[in-house]
Design a protein around this ligand. Structure first.
Ligand code: PEP
Length: 262
C-alpha cells in the first residue's frame, strides 16, 4: 500500500544563468503543466534567474508549482548596489530562497556567517531558505566530509531559534558532484544525511524529523529513485536536469513514485 512520506518531499530546480525571459516562462509553464497531477504528495519548485523571477511567479500564481530565488541579501533596504533583498524576493512571489550554494561560496566568497544572515532574513519575510552545505573533493579525500558539513550546518543555523529552524530546508550538495555528472552513491549520500539529521535531532529532538534534507549533485531522472529510497533523503536540488520540461518532469515523477510506494 502506498503511503505519504514525512516530511513532504521537495524537488527544486536551480537554473543558474540559464534562460531569457521568454525561455524562462516557457520552461516554468511547461513544468507546471507536466507536473500538475503529481504535485499533491510532494512539493516542486523552479529556480529562475532574478530577472525572470517575478514574471515566472506571476504565471505560476494559481498553480502548486513554487518558485525559488537562487540567492538573496539580508538587508531590507539601503546602499547595497546590485543586491536583491529577501523582502523583494518574497514580494515578487517566490516561496523559497537558495542560500549558500557552493558556487556562491567558492566564486563569490560567501561565508557561513553570511549564509546564516541570509537564512534568517529569508525566514523573516516568510520565505523558506534552502541552506546548501557540502564538502569539496579534497575534504572528502582527506576524511573531512562529515566535519565540514557539520560545521557549515552549525554556522548557518546556530543562531536561529528552534521555531524558525524547523522551517528550513537543508540541501547536502557535495561540491565534487555538482555539474560533473559524478554523483554520490545513495549510501554515501545517506551517511551524510543521517549525520545532518542526528545533528538537528540533538537540538530539536523529534521535530528534526520534519526538516527536509535534499540531496544535490548530478541528480537525473535515472538516479533519483535510488536516492529517494534512502531514509533521510527528502528530495533533490537539481541543476542541469531541471533545464528541460522533459527531464525535470520525469525526475519529479520518478522521485515521487519512489517515495510513495515504499
Ligand atoms: C546545483 O546546481 O545545485 C546542482 C546540484 O547542479 P547539478 O544537478 O547540475 O549537479
Amino acid at each position: 500500500m502506498s503511503k505519504t512520506r514525512v516530511p513532504r518531499p521537495l524537488f527544486c530546480g536551480n537554473w543558474k544563468l540559464w534562460g531569457s525571459l521568454s525561455e524562462s516562462v516557457a520552461l516554468a509553464t511547461g513544468v507546471r503543466d507536466a507536473t500538475a497531477s503529481i504535485i499533491t504528495t510532494v512539493d516542486v519548485a523552479v529556480g529562475p534567474g532574478f530577472l525572470a523571477l517575478a514574471t515566472v511567479a506571476e504565471k505560476l500564481k494559481s498553480s502548486a508549482l513554487g518558485v525559488a530565488a537562487q540567492d538573496g541579501y539580508w538587508e531590507v533596504k539601503g546602499a547595497f548596489t546590485g543586491e536583491v533583498a529577501m523582502a523583494q524576493i518574497a514580494n515578487a512571489g517566490a516561496r523559497y530562497a537558495i542560500v549558500g550554494h557552493s558556487e556562491r561560496r567558492q566564486l563569490f566568497g560567501e561565508t557561513d556567517a553570511n549564509v546564516a544572515r541570509k537564512a534568517k532574513a529569508a525566514l523573516g519575510v516568510g520565505l523558506t531558505p534552502i541552506i546548501c552545505i557540502g564538502e569539496t573533493l579534497a575534504e572528502r579525500d582527506g576524511g573531512q566530509a562529515l566535519a565540514r558539513v557539520s560545521s557549515q550546518l552549525d554556522g548557518a543555523t546556530r543562531d536561529l531559534p528552534d521555531a524558525e529552524l524547523v522551517k528550513v530546508v537543508i540541501a547536502y550538495e557535495p561540491v565534487w558532484a555538482i555539474g560533473t555528472g559524478r554523483n554520490a552513491t545513495p549510501e554515501q549520500a545517506q551517511e551524510i544525511h543521517a549525520a545532518i539529521r542526528a545533528q538537528l535531532t540533538a537540538r530539536l529532538r523529534e521535530k528534526a524529523q520534519e526538516i527536509r534534507i535534499l540531496y544535490g549533485g548530478s541528480v537525473k531522472p535515472d538516479n533519483v529513485a535510488s536516492l529517494m529510497g534512502q531514509k533521510d533523503i527528502d528530495g533533490a536540488l537539481v541543476g542541469g536536469a531541471s533545464l528541460t520540461v522533459e527531464s525535470f518532469a520525469k525526475l519529479v515523477k520518478e522521485g515521487t513514485s519512489a517515495c510513495t510506494t515504499s
